[in-house]
Write a protein that binds this ligand. Structure first.
Ligand code: IMP
Ligand code: MG
Length: 423
C-alpha cells in the first residue's frame, strides 16, 4: 500500500508524529518536495528529534528513507543532519538512505539571495531564509545544479562558472554585495559530492521497482496545502508543490500507483511567517495556545501565529488533495478552553463565502463566521479510545467531520507516540 501524508493547513500540523507512527508499516519513506525549510518534530520516549531533510523513519532500523528529485538539498545541512544523528547513535547507512541525483542543490548564493530579496521587499514573505525559493527559481530558469553534477568535476565547473558569471554581477550591481569566489565554492561542493556519493542513485527507478516487488511506500509531505506554490496564499507560500500532486513530479511515481491520501490538521490553526490568516486570534488566547501547544517554529524558533479551526480552508484542502482520511492533531491543546469556535464561512463586503476565495483582497479582509460550542475542560491526554473522550470533544470532532465531509480516523492527544487514538 502506497500512502501519502500531506498537511492540510499552513504546515506544522504534526505530520512528523503521524509519519513516525505510519512509517512502522511502510518499507520506504520518501520526501518529495521542499528542503531544510521544513522541520518535523518527533518525540520517542524522552528524546526529541527534529528533522529538516531526512525522513524521520530513519529512527526505525531497517527502513529505507529516500529524498526524491522534487526536493532541494542543501548538502551542508544534510551532512550536518547525518552528523547530528550519528551523535545520537543513529547511523545513516547507504543501504538505508537514498537521494535522487536529479534533486537540485542549494548553493551559498541561494541562501544569501533569499535574505537579500526579503530585505528589499516592502511586503515580507517571512521566508525561513534557507535559500529554498532561489534554488527552485534556478531550477525553473534552467541554470540549477543537480546532485549528480557534484560527482562530475567538469560539469560542476562549467555550471558553477556560468552561474557565478551572472550572479556575481547581480550581487555587485543590484545588492552592492561582495562577489563569490569560484574556487572555494567549487572545492566545497566537490567535497560534498564525495561525502554524499554512497547515497546518490536513480530514486525514481528504485521506488518503482520497489512498488513492483510489493513494497509499501509512505510519501512524506513537507509544509502544508496553503503554502503550496499554486494553491497556497500566494505570494506568502513556499516554492514547491506541497499538495499531493507534488508526489508524482517530485518522485517519478505515477498517480495510478498511489493508494491512499491522509492529511494532518491541528485541532486549531497555526501559521509561521507572513500572509493572510482569517481566523487568527486577536486576544490573549494567542499566548495561551502558543504556550500550551509549544507553537514555535522547528526550523527558525519563531513564535507561530495561532487561531481557531478554519473549516473553509481545510475543506478546500480535502478537495485539492483528494483526502481519504484525516488526522486531527494536538486536540489536548484545547483541553482547558471554556468555549471553542469553528470557522464555517467568511464574510467580505456583506457577501458570505463558503469556499476558499481566490482573490487575495477578499482573503486578506475576510471576517470569519463562527460556530460556537462549549469546551470539555478536562484532560484528554490519557485517552486511547474515541468513545472515552469527553462528550464535548467527541461532538467537536464529529462536527468537524460533518463540515469537512471526510472521515477523521486519527486523533492525537499529546506529543508522545502512544498519545494517539485510531478510530
Ligand atoms: P521559505 O520556503 O523558507 O521561503 O518560506 C516561505 C513561507 O513558508 C514562510 O512563511 C515560511 O514560514 C513558510 N514555511 C516554510 N517551510 C515551512 C514549514 O516547514 N512549516 C511551516 N511553515 C513553513
Ligand atoms: Mg514543521
Amino acid at each position: 500500500m502506497n500512502v501519502v501524508v500531506v498537511g492540510a493547513q499552513w504546515g506544522d500540523e504534526g505530520k512528523g508524529k503521524l509519519i513516525d507512527i505510519l512509517s512502522e508499516h511502510a518499507d520506504i519513506t520518501v520526501r518529495y518536495q521542499g528542503g531544510n525549510n521544513a522541520g518535523h518534530t518527533v518525540v520517542v520516549g524522552e528524546k526529541e528529534y527534529i528533522f529538516h531533510l531526512i525522513p524521520s523513519a530513519i529512527l526505525h532500523k531497517k527502513k529505507v528513507c529516500v529524498i526524491g528529485n522534487g526536493v532541494v538539498i542543501d548538502p551542508k545541512a544534510l551532512l550536518g543532519e547525518i552528523e547530528g544523528l550519528k551523535k545520537k547513535k543513529i547511523e545513516v547507512k547507504a543501504s538505508q538512505f537514498k537521494i535522487s541525483g536529479l534533486a537540485h542543490v542549494v548553493m551559498p548564493y541561494h541562501r544569501i539571495l533569499d535574505g537579500l530579496r526579503e530585505s528589499k521587499r516592502k511586503t515580507k514573505i517571512g521566508t525561513t531564509g534557507r535559500g529554498i525559493g532561489p534554488c527552485y527559481a534556478d531550477k525553473v530558469a534552467r541554470c540549477g545544479i543537480r546532485v549528480i553534477d557534484l560527482l562530475n568535476p567538469r560539469i560542476l565547473k562549467t555550471k558553477l562558472q556560468d552561474n557565478l558569471a551572472e550572479k556575481n554581477d547581480i550581487f555587485a550591481e543590484v545588492y552592492g554585495q561582495k562577489q563569490f569566489s569560484f574556487a572555494s565554492i567549487y572545492k566545497e561542493y566537490l567535497e560534498y559530492g564525495r561525502s554524499l556519493k554512497p547515497y546518490i542513485c536513480d530514486t525514481a527507478l528504485y521506488l518503482n521497482q520497489a512498488i513492483d516487488s510489493k513494497k509499501s511506500i509512505l510519501f512524506e509531505g513537507a509544509q502544508g496545502t496553503f503554502l503550496d506554490i499554486d494553491f497556497g496564499t500566494y505570494p506568502f507560500v513556499t516554492s514547491s508543490n506541497s499538495i499531493v500532486g507534488g508526489v508524482c513530479s517530485g518522485t517519478g511515481v505515477a498517480p495510478t500507483r498511489i493508494d491512499r491520501v491522509i492529511a494532518c490538521v491541528k485541532a486549531y490553526t497555526t501559521r509561521v511567517g507572513e500572509g493572510p490568516f482569517p481566523t487568527e486570534f486577536s486576544t490573549g488566547l494567542k499566548e495561551e495556545i502558543r504556550a500550551k501547544g509549544n507553537e514555535f517554529g522547528a526550523t527558525t524558533g519563531r513564535p507561530r501565529r495561532c487561531g481557531w479551526f478554519d473549516s473553509v480552508l481545510v475543506r478546500y484542502s480535502v478537495m485539492i488533495n483528494g483526502i481519504d482520511d484525516l488526522a486531527i492533531m494536538k486536540l489536548d491543546v484545547l483541553d482547558d478552553l471554556k468555549e471553542i469556535h469553528i470557522c464555517t464561512g467568511y464574510r467580505y463586503k456583506g457577501k458570505l463565502f463558503h469556499d476558499f476565495p481566490m482573490d487575495f483582497e477578499v482573503l486578506s479582509n475576510a471576517k470569519p463566521v463562527y460556530e460556537r460550542a462549549p469546551g470539555w475542560q478536562s484532560s484528554t491526554r490519557g485517552i486511547r479510545k474515541f468513545e472515552k473522550l469527553p462528550v464535548n470533544a467527541q461532538k467537536y470532532i464529529n462536527r468537524l467531520q460533518a463540515l469537512l465531509k471526510v472521515r477523521i480516523k486519527y486523533i492525537s492527544v499529546g506529543s508522545k507516540r502512544d498519545e494517539f487514538i485510531v478510530r
